[in-house]
Design a protein around this ligand. Structure first.
Ligand code: ASP
Length: 425
C-alpha cells in the first residue's frame, strides 16, 4: 500500500510536486499563522543544501566547460554574454520605470503612515564601484572559495582554466599532459556528481518548499501584504511585459527561432526553485542542470554564462529598483525628472553587477538608488516588510534572464542541440 502510494507520488513530475508544495505551503502559512513558523528549519535546510552545491558546481562546470574552448572563443562568448546581459538589464529597468510611471504605486500614501510599519531589515552600506571592481580579483583563491565569493571564484577559475589550456598546448612532457587530462576528467566527473546531488536535494525540495512558503506567509501575514498590493501589481505587470517581450518574443522567437513554450518548459525546475529559495546563487545548481539536460546547451557556454549571470545579471532586481524609486518618490510627494530616472537606469544596472544573488540583496541596492536621488531611506524599511514575497518574483526573472541569454549565445555559437530535451517534447 505505502509502496504503491510512493510509486504514484513519484510518477508525478518533480516540478509539479514542488509547485503543489508551494501553493499548499502558502495556504497553510496564511491560515495557520504564527505556529507555522515552526517549519522554518525545514525550509532553511533546503536552501542550505542548495547553497552547499553552489561553489563546487561553479568550479567543476566552469573548469570542464573551459577545456572545450579556445582562449579567443572564450573572449568572444564572454563578450557576447556580458554585453547581452547589460542590454536586457537596461531594458528591464526601463520597463520597470515605464510601468511604475503608469501605475503610480504609493501615490496618495503618506510616508508617516508608511514609516509606522515595522521595518524587517536594516539597510546595509552598498559597496563603491572601485570596491566592486577590485573585488573581482581574489587575494587568495581559497579564501574566495571559503567565502563563496562567486565573481572572484569565476575570475580565478577562468584564469586557471586558460593556463591549463596553454600548458597542454605547449608542454613537451607526457606526464604534464596527463595531469591536465586528469584535471579535465575530474572536473567532468565532479560536475556530473553535482547533478546527481541536485536531483536528491530537489526531491527533498518538496518538503523544503512547503516549509519555506508556510513560514514566510506565517511571518508576513495577509494584513501586511494589502497596503503593498499596488506595488506588487506594478512589479508583476513589469515582469510579465519583460518576460514576454524580451525573453519569449524577442530572444526565443525572433533571434533563436524556437518555441518560447519549450524554453519555459525546459527552465521550469529552475524557475520553481528560484521562486522558493529567493536566491539565484542557491538556484544555480538547478539552473545549470536545466541548461544541460533540458535546454541541451553546451557546457562551454553555460559553464561561464550561468555562474556569471547569477551574480551580474539581475533583470528582476533592476526592474524593481526603478519601481521602488517611483514608489519612494510618490511617498515623499516628489516627482522624479526624466534625468533622475535615467540616473536610476545606470545606477541600477551598475549596482546589480556587484550585488550577490542572495535573498533580499535587492534591498541593499535600493539604499544606493534612494541615497543618490535624495529620497527617504525609510522606504527601505517599509518595503522590507513585504520583501520576502517580492524577492521571489524578482529572483525568478533573474534566473530566467540568465537562461534566455545562455540559449541565445549558445545558438549564435552553435553550442545548443535543438533536437533534444525540452525542444523536442
Ligand atoms: N534575491 C535576488 C536573487 O538572488 C536578488 C534580489 O534581492 O533581488 O537573484
Amino acid at each position: 500500500m505505502i509502496r504503491s502510494l510512493w510509486k504514484r507520488y513519484h510518477a508525478v513530475a518533480l516540478v509539479y510536486r514542488i509547485g503543489a508544495a508551494f501553493v499548499l505551503g502558502s495556504a497553510v502559512g496564511l491560515t495557520v499563522g504564527e505556529p507555522a513558523t515552526a517549519l522554518t528549519p525545514l525550509g532553511d535546510l533546503f536552501v542550505r543544501l542548495l547553497s552547499m552545491l553552489v561553489v563546487p558546481t561553479i568550479v567543476f562546470t566552469l573548469l570542464s566547460g573551459l577545456q572545450q574552448l579556445r582562449p579567443e572563443t572564450l573572449g568572444r562568448i564572454g563578450g557576447q554574454v556580458v554585453a547581452i546581459y547589460a542590454v536586457t538589464s537596461t531594458i528591464a529597468v526601463v520597463i520597470g520605470l515605464g510601468v511604475a510611471n503608469l501605475v503610480d504605486p504609493g501615490a496618495g500614501f503618506e510616508l508617516e503612515e508608511a514609516a509606522a510599519t515595522p521595518a524587517a531589515a536594516t539597510p546595509v552600506e552598498p559597496p563603491t564601484l572601485t570596491e566592486v571592481l577590485l573585488g573581482v580579483v581574489p587575494t587568495n583563491p581559497f579564501g574566495a572559495i571559503a567565502d563563496a565569493d562567486i565573481v572572484a571564484i569565476i575570475f580565478f577559475v577562468v584564469v586557471f582554466g586558460l593556463a591549463l589550456l596553454l600548458v597542454a598546448e605547449r608542454t613537451e612532457s607526457a606526464a604534464v599532459r596527463d595531469g591536465v587530462t586528469a584535471i579535465r576528467n575530474s572536473s567532468e566527473a565532479g560536475a556530473e556528481a553535482m547533478f546527481v546531488i541536485v536531483w536528491g536535494v530537489l526531491e527533498y525540495g518538496v518538503v523544503g518548499v512547503f516549509a519555506l512558503m508556510a513560514s514566510v506567509f506565517a511571518r508576513v501575514g495577509a494584513d501586511a501584504i494589502l497596503p503593498f498590493a499596488l506595488l506588487m501589481v506594478t512589479l508583476t505587470a513589469a515582469v510579465v511585459l519583460h518576460v514576454t517581450d524580451v525573453y519569449l518574443l524577442g530572444i526565443m522567437m525572433v533571434f533563436v527561432h524556437c518555441s518560447p513554450l519549450a524554453f519555459l518548459n525546459g527552465s521550469r525546475t529552475a524557475l520553481v526553485t528560484a521562486l522558493s529559495s529567493s536566491s539565484s546563487s542557491a538556484t544555480l545548481p538547478v539552473t545549470v542542470r536545466n541548461a544541460q539536460e533540458r535546454l541541451c546547451v553546451d557546457k562551454s557556454v553555460y559553464g561561464f554564462s550561468l555562474p556569471i549571470g547569477a551574480t551580474i545579471n539581475m533583470d528582476g532586481t533592476v526592474m524593481y529598483q526603478g519601481i521602488v524609486a517611483i514608489f519612494a518618490a510618490n511617498l515623499a510627494g516628489v516627482q522624479l525628472s526624466v534625468g533622475e530616472q535615467i540616473i536610476v537606469v545606470f545606477l541600477a544596472v551598475l549596482a546589480s553587477i556587484g550585488t550577490p544573488g542572495i535573498p533580499s540583496a535587492g534591498l541593499v541596492m535600493i539604499t544606493l538608488v534612494l541615497t543618490q536621488l535624495g529620497l527617504p531611506l525609510e522606504v527601505v524599511g517599509f518595503v522590507a516588510g513585504v520583501d520576502p514575497i517580492l524577492d521571489r518574483l524578482r529572483t525568478m526573472v533573474n534566473v530566467l534572464g540568465d537562461l534566455a541569454v545562455t540559449v541565445l549565445v549558445a545558438s549564435v555559437n552553435d553550442a545548443i542541440d535543438m533536437t533534444g530535451g525540452a525542444w523536442n517534447e
